[in-house]
Design a protein around this ligand. Structure first.
Ligand SMILES: [Zn+2]
Length: 468
């Protein structure tokens, strides 16, 4: 009798354990997404409802909310390649290294282990598929800028699904030598190429493995910012839907691992463009919603983890000039990214004979200045001085940052917007600030407590039963 009791207990425990095993894993990486990026977005949404306080996005309200250190092996401040490598392989490395350790030896990623264990694997992003964060999941190169070499690892990975804007280099090596065009190589390796969601839908049935990209006439460097989105643009939510559809289409008996990067939270933060950042973060939350719908159908077998590779911009909520106040609602009057505003300004400058009144009208329409937002004398002087310098004296000046180059006047307008919102950016680069970690679903309790960034993927391996 006692023996029977023990056996029954054992079976019950095993049942419990297997119920906790994460057969389906979603791993969202918000590139550059610090705690204040999330907090700013939620407080902005609260203000938009006419009140003080936050309006919850979906993922920050998940069962577990914790945080992690992001430093690399070579510096307190990581870049996206070393950060991506830590998040993909559980190994710290030097800045710019992708999928190799500090001694430049390749390290196997969890994605590669999961594939070997029979899981289906998807790697997706809102930037190019050969970029630092996605590349760290499948490539092993000494430097992240070796785009052709990075993409050459794709067929070797044999992963089932890739998605993003496209590829940065498809026929030139890092040294600038001519090299065989990659797309035919992908096809020979059994990949079907689809440009846009409609083409994906048309080709999915006959496809064994898939690479989904933005349409051929679109920018292959990244998907368009959410704030600038045009009808028909590929979105991160659509990528997530397509990935789930594809990974599940052939009876994923052993489940899947799907990495989804919100890559342009980082880009907008390098540019210190808060309104654009907030929309990018909301946009990643929309992609998380798609994963969450899947979770609701398979709650006992699904794990969703969200984190970031590092913080970008040193974003502070508050500045001396604003006192004890925030005015995040101001961001809602910015109608496009600063990149696009810069193009409008270039057009005006090229037209010639542009007056200060013309510029005021543009900034009113696109940024809400002198309309919804009261512009102070100092702010107007700053804008006008820049106008005199760059228009009247026609000395075109550009403000450069990591991923964009904008007219000086657009850069000043962006500063004025930050002053209006009472936000402060301390850097145009990355910082060593903690990054958030959120989790829901099977095994999510593993993510309680402060972590090092290398622990996150190891915990994912543990709860998904993949041997490390
Ligand atoms: Zn960055």
């Amino acid at each position: 009798m006692k023996k029977l009791f023990v056996i029954v207990m054992l079976l019950m425990t095993m049942g419990h354990l297997s119920a906790q095993q994460a057969k389906y894993v979603f791993y969202f990486i918000g590139d550059g997404m610090g705690l204040n990026h999330v907090n700013t977005t939620e407080m902005y949404l609260g203000e938009m409802e006419g009140r003080i306080g936050i309006k919850n996005l979906l993922f920050p309200s998940f069962t577990v909310a914790s945080y992690a250190n992001s430093h690399s092996a070579s510096n307190s401040i990581t870049d996206s390649a070393a950060g991506g490598t830590a998040l993909a392989t559980g190994t710290k490395t030097y800045n710019n290294a992708m999928g190799v350790d500090a001694d430049k030896n390749p390290v196997e990623s969890f994605a590669e282990k999961a594939k070997k264990a029979g899981k289906r694997v998807g790697i997706t992003t809102s930037v190019s598929i050969d970029h630092a964060t996605p590349g760290s999941q499948y490539a092993h190169e000494e430097h992240r800028s070796m785009y052709y070499e990075v993409a050459s690892w794709l067929p070797k990975s044999n992963f089932d699904f890739f998605a993003g804007s496209g590829f940065l280099k498809t026929n030139k090596t890092y040294d600038g030598k001519d090299a065989p065009e990659l797309f035919p190589i992908f096809e020979q390796a059994g990949y079907t190429l689809a440009r846009g969601v409609n083409e994906y839908k048309a080709k999915r049935d006959g496809a064994k493995k898939m690479i989904l990209m933005e349409k051929a006439d679109a920018d292959q460097g990244s998907l368009r910012y959410a704030i600038d989105r045009q009808p028909g643009d590929l979105t991160l939510a659509e990528i997530t839907e397509s990935a789930i559809d594809f990974l599940m289409k052939e009876n994923a008996k052993k489940g899947f691992y799907l990495m989804i990067e919100g890559g342009k939270i980082d880009w907008a933060s390098h540019a210190n463009d808060a309104a654009t950042m907030v929309k990018e973060l909301e946009d990643m939350d929309n992609a998380v919603k798609v994963a969450y719908e899947f979770y609701k159908k398979h709650p006992k077998e699904t794990l969703i983890v969200i984190t970031a590779d590092h913080e970008t911009g040193g974003l502070s909520m508050g500045r001396s000039s604003g006192g004890y106040t925030l005015n995040l609602k101001a961001l809602s009057y910015q109608k496009q990214s600063i990149d696009v505003l810069s193009r409008y300004i270039t057009d005006l400058r090229k037209e010639g004979k542009t007056t200060w009144e013309d510029v005021k009208a543009l900034l009113g329409e696109k940024m809400g200045f002198w309309k919804e937002l009261q512009i102070t004398w100092e702010q107007e002087k700053k804008l006008r001085d820049c106008f005199e310098e760059t228009f009247t004296k026609n000395r075109a000046k550009f403000d450069e940052n990591m991923y964009s180059r904008s007219e000086q006047l657009a850069a000043v307008a962006k500063e004025v917007m930050a002053e209006q919102a009472h936000l402060w950016w301390s850097s145009g680069s990355h910082t060593a600030a903690y990054v958030p970690v959120y989790a829901v679903g099977a095994g999510c309790q593993e993510f309680v407590g402060k972590m090092d960034n290398t622990e996150i993927i190891r915990k994912i391996a543990k709860v998904s039963g993949v041997k490390w």
